[in-house]
Ligand binder design. Structure first.
Ligand code: ADP
Ligand code: CDP
Length: 206
């Protein structure tokens, strides 16, 4: 059994997925962390993020592993944990360029499809491309201002700067962001985190 939770940047995907996964007693899978890890490797390797063939060679030479735990996903580069380095403003700026390469998307998708079910998968294209057969699909939205206000708790920039960066990333990501036709769309703006989680659980439990 797979539950997919897609949505725009900072719409609440990972917090909601973590809550839903914990209530169901299963792990959740944060696909964005693999795109972020690919971006970190590219930046630290001094690569041009536009150069997909070199980036992919670099990724193939470095063993990146996603550990999908309900309490929070962890990412490993060999024996070294890199999770804490994946949410910087520098990664936010580069990640959409990296995620636009079909070869990088195939590198991520291959790792996601190898994971043992059940799990909650969150990202942009979990319900459309990666797990189109999933029986439970959700898509989260909220206004850019609300998302920026929420993210300002986690980033050093001010709210208008964060809002502009989120809108820029939504625009760059638009090729892979769309609700699956069978997804339930939830505007999380007027809801608390717990209301979103309970709404999704009630829907799944039918
Ligand atoms: P994403 O994974 O989509 O980037 P996050 O899970 O990081 O989003 O959520 C961004 C922030 O918004 C988190 O700090 C989360 O707790 C907060 N948040 C506040 N209210 C809500 C809500 N109603 N729904 C989802 N997230 C919320
Ligand atoms: O948490 P936030 O929404 O800010 O980002 P994320 O889910 O960690 O995703 C980071 C970036 O990875 C996105 O801006 C997309 O460029 C890319 N991504 C993607 O293309 N497809 C996915 N399934 C997940 C993320």
């Amino acid at each position: 059994m797979i539950v997919t939770i897609d949505g725009v940047a900072a719409s609440g995907k990972s917090s909601v997925s973590g809550g839903v996964a914990q209530a169901l007693g299963i792990p959740y899978v944060s696909s964005g962390l693999l795109y972020r890890a690919a971006t970190l490797l590219g930046l630290e390797g001094g690569l041009d993020l536009q150069d997909a063939p070199r980036l992919l060679d670099h990724l193939r030479a470095h063993p990146v592993r996603l550990e999908p735990l309900a309490a929070g996903n962890r990412v490993w580069l060999g024996e070294q944990e890199i999770t804490d380095r994946l949410h910087s403003t520098r990664i936010d700026r580069g990640v959409s360029v990296v995620a636009a390469h079909p070869a990088v998307r195939a590198w991520v998708d291959e790792q996601l499809r190898a994971l043992p079910e059940p799990f909650v998968a969150e990202g942009r294209d979990m319900g459309t491309n990666v797990f189109p057969h999933a029986p439970h699909k959700f898509y989260l939205t909220a206004s850019a201002r609300i998302r920026a206000e929420r993210r300002s708790q986690e980033r050093p920039e001010n709210i208008p700067e964060i809002e502009a960066a989120l809108l820029r990333r939504d625009e760059l990501d638009r090729g892979q962001i769309a609700p699956a036709p069978d997804a339930r769309v939830l505007d999380t703006g007027p809801m608390t985190l717990d209301q979103v989680i309970q709404t999704i659980l009630a829907d799944i439990r039918g």
